[in-house]
Write a protein that binds this ligand. Structure first.
Ligand SMILES: Nc1nc2c(c(=O)[nH]1)N=C([C@H](O)[C@H](O)COP(=O)(O)OP(=O)(O)OP(=O)(O)O)CN2
Ligand SMILES: [Zn+2]
Length: 120
């Protein structure tokens, strides 16, 4: 039986988007309560009854939280232009070595808008 396991993480951060057209509101410094959903796909293990311990996802996320939370994203290497698209790939690149079966990273900047990255 294959299952998709999803864990949500939250962080508060400031950013600005330096490449938007002149006059765009997102050129100005502002902040979001970001949400990141991490999805893992894999078989449910006979011995444990789970795909992976949620605690393993939390452990993999912890160093990213330390980098992102209450920080200015534009100052983080790789996030000089911190759109949701670039942030989702940035998260993927850092989680995928530790999380076999990682199949989707979803970043919500707001309640209405999200970006889904599946690693291509
Ligand atoms: N494709 C993308 N478009 C936008 C991104 C992005 O990362 N990728 N980011 C932004 C801004 O960061 C902005 O803060 C979010 O904008 P918006 O969705 O307009 O959010 P608001 O809460 O300000 O929406 P209102 O409906 O205007 O209240 C913009 N676009
Ligand atoms: Zn924004």
């Amino acid at each position: 039986m294959n299952i998709r396991l999803v864990h949500e993480f939250r962080f508060e951060a400031a950013h600005r988007l330096p490449r938007v057209p002149p006059g765009h509101k997102c050129e100005r410094l502002h902040g979001h309560s970001f949400r990141a959903e991490i999805a893992i796909r894999g078989p449910v293990r006979e011995e444990t009854g789970w795909v992976v311990d949620f605690a393993d996802l939390e452990a993999a996320w912890a160093p990213l939280h330390a980098q992102l939370d209450h920080n200015y994203l534009n100052e983080i290497p790789g996030l000089e232009n911190p759109t949701s698209e670039i942030l989702s790939r940035w998260i993927w690149d850092r989680l995928s070595p530790a999380l076999p079966g990682l199949c989707r990273v979803t970043v919500y900047e707001t309640c209405e808008a999200r970006c889904e990255y599946e690693g291509d």
